[in-house]
Design a protein around this ligand. Sequence first.
Ligand code: ADP
Length: 393
Amino acid sequence: MKVLVINSGSSSIKYQVFAMPEEKVISKGLLERIGESESNLKHTGNDKTKEVKKPVKDHAEGMTLIFSMLTDNEYGVIKDVSEIKAVGHRIVHGGSFTKSTLIDNDVIKAIEEYSDLSPLHNPPNLVGIKACQEILKDAKMVACFDTGFHQTMPEHSYLYALPYEYYEKYKVRRYGFHGTSHKYVYAEALKMLKKDSANIITCHLGNGASVTAIKNGESIDTSMGLTPLEGLIMGTRSGDMDPAIVTYLMDKTGSSTKEMNNILNKKSGLIGISEISNDMRNLIAEADKGNKRASLAIKMFCYRIKKYVGSYMAALGTVDAIIFTGGIGENNAYIRSSVLENMEFFGIKVDHEKNKVARDAASFSHADSKIELLVISTDEEKAIAIDTYNIVK
Ligand code: ADP
């Protein structure tokens, strides 16, 4: 069965076609700058890559272009769109949905409802669903929620200590995100550890970043909250801070709620501190040249993760493994060792030689470490394809 996975952002559509159940990617691509004067599609199929530059007005037109590439004589992987039997859509905010779900009108209504809480993601996710529905009349559509895996959190970790009525009236609570990734690397770790179940701390460190405490397969706490802003220092997001700072700065600068939201989500984090870049590779290069602010941003980034690892060890009681994933977690030995340094007392000891070369599905714990330290590449698209296939089949 051919399964299409769609990750639709405000001005982009990322896609992959999987042959299932082999879990083999047969085509993939990225359409960017939808709505701008020149949009850009990079498509790979039949082991060949093609770039198309032309204006694409909206997501519906974008999907039409993508399907024309998928059925192209030279670069295509299907003869007719009807060969796509199922589509898995990445949906960022799924509120109380616990798992991936076949899309019907009620699911669409719920995704619309949660758009308030995820205004940058849910509306383009919905546009992606509608654009696919128009072209693929007979395919089944599945929604895979970033929030789903975290729905097992107990009340005492998902509630905020605010008047209880805000939870009841406005659904203000911790939802958590990156769930597909945390769940996927946990399952991969079980294979490596040859265990059926384990207590694991998963650190997803990309441009967005979050940590999750997983107890016997269930998320019991996670660093992102009502929105992805809470928790770790990220590329452009502040993560945790005293909430009083928000009203204080609004008073001082006269910023509106919209401007404040923009500052906290787009102008803070690594870029805010360094004033150089939100990209960790650039910061490391600048720090190596002696830039103090780049070094400070990296130090703050690592220290925040260390605090979360420590607190989740306390929350879990016993920990079998700590996993590093995401662009930074998978690729940077220095960040991994900085996060975990001086934690021997807690049973964490890095093998620096192993760490230097650790890539996908590798352990970098010292023989004396009580806790396994793992690098595992995440693959959210594959996880979505598997869920979609299992539901549709
Ligand atoms: P996204 O959240 O956008 O999916 P990724 O998981 O792709 O992000 O991670 C992007 C981040 O990973 C960027 O900050 C990038 O600099 C960082 N990164 C990629 N490779 C390396 C590397 N070798 N060393 C340090 N950081 C890296």
